[in-house]
Design a protein around this ligand. Structure first.
Ligand SMILES: Nc1ncnc2c1ncn2[C@@H]1O[C@H](COP(=O)(O)OP(=O)(O)OP(=O)(O)O)[C@@H](O)[C@H]1O
Length: 740
């Protein structure tokens, strides 16, 4: 019995939770055998389209489908799951057709459109200026004949004058149309949009187009089926071949299932070939990780013998990348050992450690290059903060009082001394300290160097290395031996990498086409300091225009998150100002709520009620609800406080989110994750910004540290897919954006 292809609409809210399970099992059976008894796949009397079929989901619900039959396959396009009678009413109106201008599949309604327009502009929301400026600078006819946006939609779109109304309107349209309108309103030209969406227009007059939209030309099932392969069609529909893929996407239920389908813009980065390193940038949730995953897969499939490294800043994120790659393609070949064919997915510090360990006794030479004295007892890990304090006590008497801080010393070490492989005072006295805020006189440098020698001496005695030293030594080892254990290196969350990490990335792969691919967002820099990639041998070949479309968060959550960074200058790793202009989301939802409480107890009471109601609603899986906090102490307080109030929440440290319970985690731990509903808890003046005193030795470093705290709040807020609530007790944090 031949399996059917299911073409499924990519809509979050297609199915309500009460019907989900039944709908899943109906579609699974349909994919396996459309003649199975119980499915009742039947043509519809009086249907607008002869391809319409209904299927029995249960006693109450019917699926409305469009059946496409070709000599080699059968496909069902799912229109929706409806109450029994509604399915027939919809079937009487809707036709599956092909857009006469651009060839994309679409539904057309035979009856007049519903006069109740939910997207209508709110009358009182904005004072009406004498002549309101339209947001879209093109005529309705242009939108129709050049892009294929239906005439009525085009007329409505060009009349809109408020962004909110456009946003709401865009949501009611097929995804490619909504996106095209948002991009037009953002100032893009029609030809830019044609390129981005990879659409061509069949030339015709406006009159002819208007007729074609009302009376579409007949199209064959084969043509319709093929039209779903168009990249822009894949924005709105998922073509699922066979029960396995269906199960992965539908019952998988998690957002990452959508990673299977790429936006045309993303495909360019996945498929592109470049002579050397390439870097993409984009705001939170714009699909950078998705690009990295798909590109890694593409390289692994195209070049099966190649050792490929996929790396990121933390071990947790690396584990997540590895799981996502397995989900994306269960047949991918993974390599446990660095240098073996296949995908080797590891955090950058773990990679450094692996290189150092595998070097055996030979590592001594690289240790000497970096630290001045060769040794092989390097198994331990230096506790950097304590070690710098000790070194200051031992040798810091000449060091300016305000520079005796671990934060200053660690930054000087990681940003200047290690990357330049400085092992002697004479070299430190000469080195250019580009990019460092603090000025140092000759005597100042001598005083710093004395502390560095004490730091290194203590680590030598203890047999330890710190993370930056390990990365530096790993890079030096690979450089010296000429060993290049990877053919391709892909980096996610590159904004947090430190100079030694980049030196290691460079040393992992030989300079060759497609050697290094980097995804980063300078706005999310929460660990590192700004730097120039070119200083570490990574010269990116022209920078890719940043990704702008946010797939994760609603426009409302996005606006709040962006508000946290408004007015801040953020520099990317080519030394250029990174902009958030044009960053947009096509999804809408409730406005984030900021709630103030007189006491922590009251804040916890509210948090317990809120989290309890989110979980109790059954709209979302419990593990997609998260409480994000600034530090571990608050996290544990939330877990205990909510527990006492009868709401079980699990603290998330290492490992993955387990199903069944909401989670509480620090904002740092939340990097790279996403949740349906997020509570940012404890956003009071005393808890955020945190730890700035450590940087008060220099104004520039202090403002970088402040920016990192802002970025951290931006990271946290941009984890929220649908709903975001922010609470504090007492005085609010100064980082909260002014109410919008
Ligand atoms: N083409 C796409 N279609 C639908 N959803 C997508 C697409 N690309 C990405 N997404 C979804 O958008 C969300 C964000 O993607 P991703 O994690 O790759 O973004 P990111 O840019 O790496 O975010 P961050 O920088 O915040 O970690 C994910 O849920 C992802 O599955």
């Amino acid at each position: 019995m031949p399996e059917s292809v299911i073409i499924y609409p990519k809509q979050d809210k297609l199915l309500d939770s009460s019907i989900k399970q039944k709908a899943y099992s109906f579609l699974e059976k349909l994919a396996q055998d459309d003649s199975a008894p119980g499915l009742h796949i039947e043509p519809v009397n009086n249907a607008a389209d002869a391809r319409a079929r209904t299927g029995r989901v249960d006693q109450q619900y019917r699926a409305l489908l469009f059946k496409l039959t070709t000599p080699t396959s059968t496909a069902y396009v799912v229109h929706g799951i409806y109450n029994h009678d509604d399915a027939y009413t919809v079937a009487a109106k809707v036709k599956l057709t092909i857009n006469p201008i651009n060839g994309l599949p679409e539904y057309s309604e035979t009856a007049a459109p519903d006069p109740v327009l939910t997207w209508a502009e709110p009358a009182a929301a904005e004072p009406l200026p004498a002549a309101p400026q339209p947001l879209i600078a093109f005529s309705a006819a242009d939108l129709t004949v050049s892009l294929g946006i239906p005439p009525t939609t085009s007329e409505q779109a060009v009349a809109l004058t408020s962004k909110d109304a456009l946003q709401t309107f865009a949501q009611t349209l097929p995804e490619w149309q909504g996106l095209a309108l948002l991009l037009l309103a953002d100032g893009e030209s029609i030809s830019q949009i044609q390129q981005e969406l990879e659409i061509m227009n069949r030339p015709m007059s406006h009159e002819e187009a208007a007729t074609r939209f009302v009376e579409p030309e007949p199209v064959s099932d084969q043509e319709l089926l093929d039209s779903f392969d168009h990249p822009s069609a894949q924005m709105g529909f998922a073509k699922l071949a066979g029960a396995d893929e269906l199960r992965r996407v539908i019952t998988g239920g998690d957002f990452s299932a959508w990673r299977v389908f790429l936006h045309p813009q993303q495909r360019t980065w996945v498929r592109g070939n470049w002579k050397g390193p390439y870097r993409i940038s984009g705001g939170a949730g714009t699909g950078k990780t998705v690009v990295v995953l798909h590109r890694a897969r593409r390289l692994a499939v195209e070049d099966p013998g190649a050792p490929i490294v996929v790396t990121t800043f933390t071990t947790n994120l690396a584990a997540e990348l590895s799981r996502s790659l397995e989900r994306l393609d269960p047949d991918l070949r993974f390599a446990d050992a660095l240098g073996a064919p296949g995908l080797h997915v590891k955090g950058i510090d773990a990679l450094a450690r692996a290189v150092v360990q595998s070097a055996g006794a030979d590592v001594s030479e690289a240790v000497a290059t970096v630290l001045g004295v060769g040794r092989t007892d390097i198994g331990g890990r230096t506790d950097t903060d304590a070690a710098w304090r000790q070194a200051v006590l031992r040798a810091g008497e000449d060091l300016d009082e305000k520079l005796r801080k671990p934060a200053f010393l660690a930054a000087e070490y990681e940003m200047v001394i290690l990357p330049h492989r400085i092992t002697q005072l004479a070299d430190y006295l000469k080195v250019a300290r580009a990019g460092r805020g603090v000025r140092l006189s000759r005597a100042g440098r001598k005083a710093v160097w004395a502390v560095v020698e004490a730091y290194r001496g203590a680590a030598r005695e203890a047999g330890t290395l710190d993370f930056a030293e390990a990365a530096s030594i790993a890079a030096a080892h690979l450089e010296a031996t000429g060993d290049r254990p990877a053919r391709h290196v892909l980096v996610d969350e590159g904004q947090d990498f430190k100079p030694c990490h980049w030196q290691l990335v460079r040393a992992l792969a030989p300079e060759a086409p497609n050697d290094i691919f980097i995804a980063e967002d300078a706005h999310q820099r929460i660990y590192g300091q700004k730097l120039m990639l070119s200083a570490y041998g990574i010269r990116t070949q022209g920078r890719s225009r940043g990704l702008k479309l946010n797939y994760r968060t609603t426009a409302q959550n996005l606006a709040w998150a962006v508000g946290v960074l408004t007015g801040q200058e953020v520099i990317d790793s080519d030394g250029e100002a990174e902009t958030m202009a044009g960053y947009l989301s096509a999804r809408t939802g409730p406005k984030p709520e900021v709630r103030s409480f007189p006491t922590l107890t009251a804040e916890l009471d509210f948090a317990a009620d809120l989290v309890g109601s989110w979980v109790g609603s059954g709209d979302v899986a419990p593990e997609t609800v998260a409480v994000l906090v600034r530090d571990r102490v608050t996290r544990d307080r939330v877990v205990a406080g909510l527990g006492e109030r009868g709401v079980e929440v699990r603290a998330l440290e290492a490992g993955t989110v387990k199903p069944g319970y909401p989670v509480a985690l620090t904002m740092h731990r939340a990097k790279g994750t996403e949740f349906a509903r997020v509570l940012l808890f404890g956003l009071s003046k005393d808890s955020m910004p945190m730890g700035l005193k450590a940087y008060d030795y220099d104004d520039e470093e202090l403002s970088e540290a402040q920016l990192r705290e802002r970025s951290l709040l931006y990271v946290a807020a941009s984890r929220a897919r649908d709903e975001l609530v922010v609470t504090y007790s007492g005085t609010p944090s100064s980082l909260l954006p002014a109410s919008q």
